[in-house]
Design a protein around this ligand. Structure first.
Ligand SMILES: Nc1nc2c(ncn2[C@@H]2O[C@H](COP(=O)(O)OP(=O)(O)OP(=O)(O)O)[C@@H](O)[C@H]2O)c(=O)[nH]1
Ligand SMILES: [Mg+2]
Length: 315
């Protein structure tokens, strides 16, 4: 699906919504999520979509453009002032400057609101004037979707599942597993023990990612956003036990789900009307069969989030 198809879909939505509500004063809003694993091309895609919508005449295949009904596209301040704004202007400048460079990597959620002014093609609308559709585009890391599976798991269940995986990935997990084996299980909880364990666990997840593996939750360990270095991310899974470190890590795991994962799904993910998932197929093809198979695995995990019937909390 190309940029024109997506823009067409957006305008069709606007017309349908507007026709249904032509007689009342109502400005429809469409929230379009754009996600994908790191480096999938989210920032470039969103910048291109906005530039194409704003450059009148670029999307000649749009029916509204061909009929001259597409009147204006403006960037508006978003009513949600807490979520960072997608930095369209900077990204466009890097892509289209005299010495074009790819945009910098983005590490957190951002959004932007476009207001599309158009004349509906229904006769009636000529009496009601042009319509406006607010298009919110939300850019967020696909890694965060992997956390949905954690919501239905207790700390013990998650630990058991993830430990079985770590055992199979001994090349990457050995330094962290050695730390776990070496710790004193009857010692009082000590932050200076927790920190290196969490850091070694994060290194293990990152090493798996570099090796092209998927299924690397918690997603914020790989893509922390604003939480880099935060105590909310200072935990890791542990083999069964009842020591003080164990009970503190269990509390932090529950807090991670409650204060990080749930708000993201509730406030951002669940409010999306349409979703684009980008996949960097070329890099995987270049890296060979194993990388393609692994990309397939990662994608099915991400797409789990779009089958809410399978997750009791989201449904
Ligand atoms: N040839 C080509 N390369 C692209 C295109 N889009 C993205 N890329 C390449 O993919 C890289 C990542 O693109 P981004 O748009 O920054 O990807 P992202 O998903 O926003 O990445 P993060 O912000 O790091 O998660 C770019 O630096 C380019 O090297 C494209 O349309 N064509
Ligand atoms: Mg980006």
């Amino acid at each position: 699906m190309g940029v024109t198809d997506i823009a067409d879909e957006i305008l069709r939505f606007a017309e349908e919504t507007r026709d249904a509500a032509a007689e009342i004063l109502f400005e429809p809003r469409l929230r379009l999520g754009v996600t994908g694993l790191s480096r999938a091309g989210k920032t470039v895609f969103i910048t291109s979509l906005i530039a194409n919508l704003r450059e009148r005449g670029r999307l000649t295949q749009l029916s509204a453009e061909a009929d001259g009904r597409f009147q204006a596209v403006t960037i508006q301040p978003h009513p949600d002032r807490e979520t960072p704004r997608f930095d369209y202007e900077t990204h466009l400048a890097s892509l289209s400057g005299a010495n074009p460079v790819w945009p910098e990597s983005t590490r957190r959620i951002s959004q932007i609101r476009l207001s599309l002014k158009f004349q509906s093609n229904k006769m009636l609308s000529s009496f009601t004037g042009p319509g406006v559709l607010h298009l919110d585009i939300v850019d967020y890391p696909g890694e965060w979707l992997l956390d949905l599976a954690l919501l239905d798991l207790s700390y013990a269940d998650w630990s058991a599942k993830a430990l079985a995986k770590a055992d199979k990935r001994s090349e990457q997990s050995a330094p962290w597993q050695d730390l776990i084996t070496a710790r004193e299980t009857d010692a009082e909880f000590d932050e200076s023990v927790a920190k290196p364990l969490a850091a070694a666990f994060t290194d293990y997840l990152n090493a798996c990612r570099v090796a092209g593996m998927s299924g690397l939750a918690p997603g914020r360990f790989l893509m922390p956003g604003d939480l880099e270095g935060s105590p909310a991310l200072t935990f890791c899974l542990l083999p069964p036990g009842r020591d003080p470190l164990h009970s503190e890590f269990e509390k932090r795991f529950e807090a991670y789900k409650r204060s990080i994962v749930k708000p993201f799904f509730r406030d951002h993910f669940a409010t999306l009307d349409r979703q684009v998932v980008l996949v960097d197929l070329m890099t995987a093809l270049n890296d060979g069969l194993a990388a393609v198979a692994d990309l397939g695995g990662a994608l099915s995990e991400i797409l789990e989030a779009f089958r809410p019937g399978q997750n009791s909390w989201l449904s």
